[in-house]
Ligand binder design. Structure first.
Ligand code: PD2
Ligand code: ZN
Length: 302
């Protein structure tokens, strides 16, 4: 390339990166909101699971922990039939939820998750931050639900993004006991000596501060993938902090907006409901998720 065009080319590259930094509002540090596909390594095809090395900055990890620290409560699990949240020995960590877009750092993390997963932010639940002390674990489970109540809001969970906020001296790996060893995987597995016995029972990811694991709980056909069974191995030494974003096939926010709007829009709603209009005239009284009806409160829908 002649000297003149090389310097022009360099000028172009520098100007573009300057503009990118300027548009993200930061002149000093490179914007952390950019997703770099070369940092993503596939660990399994059954289930489809990938690790992004350095997905979160140290600042983002520390921020999540500091928001969670004073709010932790013993973690619960959903009952398979009723969908109700209950305490269980299956899951012995402590955790809390951080409201979507709580501050600029949380919104930035949610932007990155959305870009990486190709799924809109509105399909995601609030981020759950978890702390595991020695001996604490999350037994093997599916992230998709078996009960109708939990599916009603946003449909099935399709993707989980699990972010590791600390290194863990020993144990605490996320393990997929049913995963099929792929003929070739692009991420070199951790050395056997570095893994706990629990992690050796499947394909495992060793927690490393800033790394994130993304896996699908459904096949592309939307059928639940039983290979996605996974667990958090007991922490043996040190403390593990992680943050989970569960993402659904549809909006997780839509129904909340509708529920927040739980009013009758006609003074006669109560009388009409008593006359059986909720069933006789559901288009007007009840409506649909997209177009809520005029008497949702009197029809006891919210
Ligand atoms: O923290 C983990 O390693 C873990 C493992 C399995 C978290 C979850 N599942 C989850 O939050 O669903
Ligand atoms: Zn899980």
């Amino acid at each position: 390339m002649p000297t003149m065009s090389l310097s022009l080319h360099l000028l172009f590259v520098v100007s573009i990166s300057f503009l990118i930094h300027k548009s993200s509002g930061s002149f000093l540090a490179p914007p952390s909101s950019i997703i770099n596909p070369s940092k993503v390594k596939q660990i399994s095809w059954k289930p489809r699971a990938f690790v992004y090395e350095g997905f979160l900055t140290d600042l983002e990890c520390d921020h999540l922990i500091s928001l969670a620290k004073s709010e932790l409560k013993r973690s619960a699990v959903a009952d398979n039939l009723s969908g109700e949240s209950k305490l269980s020995e299956v899951r012995t960590s402590s955790g809390m939820f951080i409201a979507k877009g709580k501050d600029a750092i949380i919104a930035g993390i949610e932007d990155k998750i959305s870009t990486w997963s190709f799924l809109p932010k509105e399909n995601g639940e609030d981020i759950q931050v978890l702390r595991y002390e020695p001996g604490q674990k999350y037994d093997a489970h599916y992230d998709y639900f078996a009960d109708k109540i939990n599916i009603a809001r946003g449909g099935h969970r399709i993707v989980t993004v699990l972010m590791y906020l600390t290194d863990v001296a020993k144990g605490g790996e996320t393990v997929f006991p049913n995963a099929e060893e792929p003929p070739r995987r692009s991420r070199t597995p951790a050395k056997e000596d570095d893994l706990s016995e629990c992690a050796k029972r499947g394909i495992a990811v060793k927690p490393r501060k800033g790394d994130a694991l993304l896996f699908f709980s459904l096949y592309p056909t939307a059928v639940p993938d039983t290979n996605s069974l996974h667990g958090g191995c007991p922490v043996i030494e040190g403390e593990k902090w992680s943050a989970t974003k569960w993402i659904h096939v549809d909006s997780f926010d839509k129904n909340v907006e509708a529920a927040g709007n739980c009013t009758d829009m006609n003074v006669s709603c109560e009388r009409w409901a008593a006359l059986g209009e909720c069933t006789n005239n559901p288009e007007y009284m009840v409506g649909t998720a997209e177009l809520p009806g005029y008497c949702r409160r009197s029809c006891k829908l919210c």
